[in-house]
Design a protein around this ligand. Sequence first.
Ligand SMILES: Cc1cc2nc3c(=O)[nH]c(=O)nc-3n(C[C@H](O)[C@H](O)[C@H](O)COP(=O)(O)OP(=O)(O)OC[C@H]3O[C@@H](n4cnc5c(N)ncnc54)[C@H](O)[C@@H]3O)c2cc1C
Length: 287
Amino acid sequence: MLDIAIVGKGPAGWSCAMTARMRGLQAVVIAPQNDNGLLRSAERIDNYPGMPQASGNAILDAFREQALAMGAQERSGLVRQIMPMGESFMLLVENDVLEAKAVVLAMGAARPVLLPGEEEQLGRGVSYCATCDGMFYRGKRIAVLSASQQGVEETRFLAGLASEVDYYSLKRHQTDGLEENVKVMAEKPVSIGRDDAGLILMTDQAVHGYDGIFVFRAAMPLNMLMAELETEGSYIPVDRQMRTNIPGVFAAGDCTGKPLQVPKAVGEGNVAALSAAAWIAGRDNAG
Ligand SMILES: Cc1cc2nc3c(=O)[nH]c(=O)nc-3n(C[C@H](O)[C@H](O)[C@H](O)COP(=O)(O)OP(=O)(O)OC[C@H]3O[C@@H](n4cnc5c(N)ncnc54)[C@H](O)[C@@H]3O)c2cc1C
């Protein structure tokens, strides 16, 4: 079992990992494979002490390098769900399961907007995981809805199973090099539903029937990530120790609310690590 699972490879996540390592704790930092974290798009940051006029990329690379050199571990994958298990937490990371004593949520402020009907059809033909569910669609007709390049990679796997794949971009990205049985659609998905014949996707131009619909985005809605987590709008309320309403779950950085700033994210990551360390020590002593 891991000590601390940190969700997010931004400033809050890396800072948390460094302090966790200083406390001798095992820290695993998790984010999707093609993680382009918000800060990567910042050309110049002037308010991070000690790194004048550094680009967002340079800051993130330096944080990552420092954390890994201190022994933090890195893991690729979108965290889909976190389940409290009494003494620990199970994290569903793509199609793998991790167990940790404490969790730090450092997912930034980006929140995906689901299509109408998507949540209702989840597990009834709508899936977020090609590896977990792809096998059910051998020889069938499926759609992929993707917000990023990750969808292209997942589609290469799905195209080897399904007979036909229609590929819809939710946000603009490169879709070159897809297999012959994949059709890149110019239509915009509007909603997902069901009729007598099965699953349907409504677009701005037509209604299409599919056996399955795979959706790939770079983040999860908070209520789907952790059902019991208290939220305020799109933010996670915390106290000064970065505690959420769930014992053993802490949050840091942009996901806790404004100001959305690098120095604030780094400071909160530090506090979350110290609080998680205290939580783990209490838990281990009680056991
Ligand atoms: C163009 C631009 C310019 C900016 N300029 C400045 C500036 O000058 N000064 C300043 O202080 N701030 C600036 N900011 C804000 C700064 O980027 C953020 O405040 C900071 O990145 C927040 O850090 P964070 O760690 O909380 O979240 P983020 O940096 O957003 O990182 C979140 C991480 O969580 C991951 N993630 C999300 N959901 C999941 C999931 N379900 N599973 C796994 N991983 C997940 C993401 O992939 C990412 O790795 C700027 C932002 C932008 C976009």
